[in-house]
Design a protein around this ligand. Structure first.
Ligand code: 5GP
Ligand code: ZN
Length: 113
């Protein structure tokens, strides 16, 4: 499949990996918007949140707890951070493989643009 994040998960494309297990991989965003900007993705190809189903329930929960762990490891848990998934065109999704942005290390603005 011609998916850039599948290729990153399969190590066909290099990335700065900060966490990996059998289901989940996390790597630094190529164009960081904050001092900490990590993308956390399932290794399984799911195009977007719209494409997740009942069978992905455990995986999605695991991703959330993995984000919590990474935030702690990155030293941003106490100060706070933001987790974002952009879904579809109006959501601003540009890579069609489900991913969660973990952003931290600076004050976040709200509402998001
Ligand atoms: P989206 O706009 O789909 O929510 O987020 C896609 C993110 O993937 C963007 O923040 C972009 O910088 C990042 N990105 C796109 N291509 C690559 C890549 O090849 N490597 C890495 N590490 N990040 C990428
Ligand atoms: Zn993919």
């Amino acid at each position: 499949m011609d998916c850039i994040f599948c290729k990153i998960a399969n190590k066909e494309i290099p990335s700065a990996i900060v966490y990996e297990d059998e289901d989940v991989i996390a790597f630094n965003d190529l164009n960081p918007e904050a001092p900490v900007h990590i993308l956390v993705i399932p290794k399984k190809h799911i195009a977007s949140l719209n494409d997740a189903s009942e069978e992905d329930q455990q995986l999605l929960g695991k991703i959330m707890l993995t984000i919590q762990k990474i935030a702690s490891e990155q030293g941003i848990a106490e100060d706070g951070y933001r987790v974002v998934t952009n879904c579809g065109e109006q959501g601003g999704q540009t890579v069609m493989h489900l991913h969660f942005h973990l952003l931290g290390g600076r004050e976040m603005l709200w509402p998001a643009g």
